[in-house]
Design a protein. Structure first.
Length: 219
């Protein structure tokens, strides 16, 4: 993992699943393939309704302890074929990343998703993040957010809120995942948006206030 000093500009972190991309179609297809291959019952609708935690945690709900590793390997082997091309960008995702760039900032995607598959998503959709760190969940995301100097972290899950707060970053939550606006506020989100289409406007205001505060302190 590369370490970045806190830049004179700013860095914004983004979650991936249900924040930048709608991965539900791809995840559904991969789970259905796993059911067909193993004969194991999985409530795929339930799984898709609570996306966020690491894959290993979800698989442990359906497979015995000694079967999780094999199921994980099988899922990951089919995901690039079934999961990438079926998963579109979320509304406002490209504009959100572009707004960070236009205002002189950097963007880093910090996700619980397997990093290799996360990279395939970003490349397929041409989502131009400056950096990517995978395989981190909830408070664990704070490690990457701190190393990349992220002042803001944007996510859709209460776990993302916890990661931001642990890192000392501003938590911006979007109500596009399994957690509704009230849950996100209750978890401690500093800002709650309906979706990423509202993010560029919010970011411009946030940066204007930050620049103004710096200017006032030097006056």
């Amino acid at each position: 993992m590369t370490s970045y000093a806190r830049a004179p500009g700013f860095t914004v972190g983004f979650d991936l699943d249900l924040t930048l991309i709608d991965s539900v179609p791809g995840i559904r297809a991969a789970y259905e393939s796993l059911v067909a291959a193993t004969g194991t019952y999985i409530d795929v609708d339930l799984v898709c309704a609570r996306l966020g935690p690491p894959l290993e945690q979800e698989l442990a709900n359906w497979f015995p302890e000694d079967g999780v590793a094999g199921a994980l390997e099988l899922y990951r082997s089919v995901y690039p074929t079934l999961g990438i091309h079926t998963s579109p960008a979320m509304p406002g995702a490209r504009e959100a990343l572009a707004a960070v760039r236009e205002l002189g900032g950097r963007s880093v995607v910090v996700t619980a998703k397997y990093e290799r598959n996360a990279r395939l998503h970003l490349d397929h959709l041409e989502l131009g993040a400056d950096a990517l760190v995978g395989d981190l969940w909830a408070e664990g995301k704070a490690v990457a957010l701190r190393e990349h100097g992220a002042a803001v972290y944007v996510g859709d899950h209460t776990g993302d809120v916890r990661g931001a707060r642990t890192a000392g970053a501003l938590s911006v939550a979007v109500a596009t995942g399994p957690c509704d606006a009230d849950e996100l506020r209750a978890a401690g989100a500093d800002v709650v948006l309906d979706d990423l289409t509202a993010f560029p406007g919010w970011l411009r205001g946030y940066r204007a206030e930050a620049v103004g505060a710096v200017t006032d302190s030097r006056a």
